[in-house]
Structure formats: structure tokens, C-alpha cells
Ligand binder design. Structure first.
Ligand SMILES: [Zn+2]
Length: 299
């Protein structure tokens, strides 16, 4: 069902073939494209439902307090597969913040300040090498120096907010702990929604309201879209960050009755439930769980 929903849909995002963890002067760790890594433009909507399941499963590792090294590997694997989340364009009130002197930030898990100067904001995402920005009043541009791939990439996104194209450059980096926290937030949202219905009759009204409140903070700015007249009419989703794109796909999957998101009772992996199987992600996990059950009954 979720696949049909996005069949005549398009969107663009950029992923490099290699990312690395680098520590900044401030001691903070960042994820950034590896040296000489190659960028590639792809359509995240073609990756439904895997992109959402993969994101949730990284978060589930954190919810399950798995070792830091295991979480780190999973985060980097996700980013190498789908690109960085685009936090720089996702957090402010507008992805077109480059047209203004200051950036305004709705409540979020990463930055406490409600606003900050655009320069200071940019510095959060370029901790190693700065873009060669040319500022002329509020108009600004940057030199894409002699790199043909980067020039082609910049042309692809010419009509989009400048900050979005900037976030596809090699110099762009996202704090590792922010990316990881976002995965955890999504997994938390999923478990909240599952537990609410699973435990509905076991919990009191106050607890129910706590669940409802936890759920209500999820969501956000709806991405805008337009229709493109390709071989058939096609919806082009203008989400300006992968974060917003995943959030939208995840939302539709959360309300999907036919193939609801479930958590495996044996290994805690997130999977798509089917009418005849709502409890286990695989035949193997069902088997393992039966063995455990039998053992307990025997003891
Ligand atoms: Zn399982």
C-alpha cells in the first residue's frame, strides 16, 4: 500500500559512496563525506519501506542500549546507503535561510537557541573546511571550484534553496550525536505508538495521556509539492532534507493498517506485519522464540 502511495512520486537526495567520522577542534565528532568520495543523486521515495525500516532499526539499537561501536557502525551504514539527514535545512523555520541574516529555530532536540546569526549557524555544519562563500548584501553564492561532478550536482538543484545545495557539498558535516539522536527519536515514536495500543487496557488514563502527548510532538512541517507532467502526472515532493522525507514516509507507514510497523518479539527488529504474522520478523526468530518457550515450560 505504502509503495503505491509513492509510485508516481519523485524527490531527489544526494549520497556519497563513502563517509567518515572526524573529530572537530571542539572535540565533537562529525559525519562527513570521505576524501574523494563520489556523490550520487537518487530518489528516496523509491527506497520505501526499507529506508524507514533501516532508520528505525538504527534507533532500536540505541533504545536497546547496544554497545556504542555497534550503533556507530549502523549509523554510518545508513548514511552511506541514503546520505546525511540534511539537518541544516531541516531545523530552521525555512530552508531558504540563506536569504536572511538570522536563522529561526522551532523547538528541537539539538539547538536550544531560538535564533542565531546565519554565519554562526553555518559554522555548526562546516567545522573543517568552509565553503568559499561570496556575500553581496543578502545575496550570496559560492565558488564551485573546477570539480565537474560538483558543478553538475549544483546545476541539478539550481531551482532549490541554496542551503540545500550547500548541504550536498563535500565540506558539509553533521554532528554524529545529532544524527544518532534523530534515529533514536524515531524509534521512540514507534515504540510509543505500538505500546499504546498493546497496553491500552493495562494502563490508566493518566498514562494514556502521557503516551498521547509523547506522540503529539512528532510531526512537523509538511513538505510542499508540485505536479510534474512526465510520461504520466507525477508528484514532486520538495522536502528539503532527508529528515523531513523520512518523517513523511514514516508517518504514512505508522497509519497503515494493512502492513503495520511491528517490533519483533524475539530480536526487537522493526518489520512490516502481515495478518498472519504480527510478532516475529522472520521464521528463524519464531523458531528461536518457540525453543525458548519450550525450555521455560520444561524448567
Ligand atoms: Zn526477529
Amino acid at each position: 500500500m505504502i509503495k503505491n502511495l509513492f509510485e508516481r512520486s519523485r524527490s531527489h537526495w544526494v549520497r556519497y559512496n563513502r563517509y567518515e567520522l572526524k573529530t572537530g577542534k571542539n572535540g565533537r565528532r562529525y559525519i562527513t563525506p570521505g576524501k574523494d568520495a563520489k556523490p550520487d543523486v537518487y530518489n528516496p521515495l523509491n527506497m520505501v519501506p526499507d529506508i524507514v525500516l533501516d532508520a528505525l532499526n538504527v534507533g532500536m539499537l540505541m533504545m536497546g542500549r547496544k554497545p556504542a561501536a555497534e550503533v556507530e557502525r549502523a549509523v554510518l551504514k545508513f548514511v552511506t546507503q541514503y546520505g546525511l539527514l540534511g539537518l541544516m535545512t531541516a531545523l530552521p523555520t525555512t530552508p531558504s535561510f540563506m536569504d536572511y541574516k538570522a536563522v529561526y529555530l522551532p523547538k528541537n532536540h539539538f539547538i536550544k537557541e531560538e535564533s542565531m546569526s546565519t554565519d554562526r549557524y553555518l559554522a555548526l555544519f562546516y567545522p573543517f573546511d568552509q565553503l568559499e562563500l561570496v556575500k553581496q548584501g543578502i545575496e550570496s553564492s559560492w565558488k564551485v571550484s573546477g570539480d565537474r561532478t560538483m558543478i553538475a550536482l549544483t546545476m541539478t538543484f539550481m531551482d532549490e534553496p541554496m542551503a540545500k545545495t550547500m548541504s550536498f557539498q563535500r565540506q558539509y558535516a553533521e554532528p554524529y550525536d545529532w544524527v544518532a539522536q534523530q534515529f533514536k527519536d524515531w524509534a521512540f515514536t514507534l515504540t510509543t505508538s505500538i505500546l499504546y495500543y498493546q497496553d491500552y487496557h493495562l494502563i490508566d488514563q493518566d498514562t494514556r495521556e502521557l503516551y498521547q502527548k509523547a506522540m503529539a510532538v512528532f510531526g512537523g512541517i509538511a513538505p510542499s509539492y508540485h505536479i510534474e507532467l512526465l510520461d504520466k502526472p507525477t508528484i514532486y515532493w520538495d522536502f528539503h532534507s532527508l529528515l523531513l522525507g523520512i518523517q513523511m514516509m514514516f508517518s504514512f507507514m505508522l497509519v497503515d493498517n494493512e502492513q503495520p510497523l511491528r517490533v519483533c518479539k524475539h530480536c526487537q527488529k522493526v518489520f512490516l506485519g502481515k495478518p498472519d504474522n504480527m510478532d516475529f520478523c522472520s521464521a528463524r526468530c519464531k523458531e528461536q522464540s518457540d525453543i525458548c518457550k519450550n525450555r521455560k515450560e520444561r524448567d
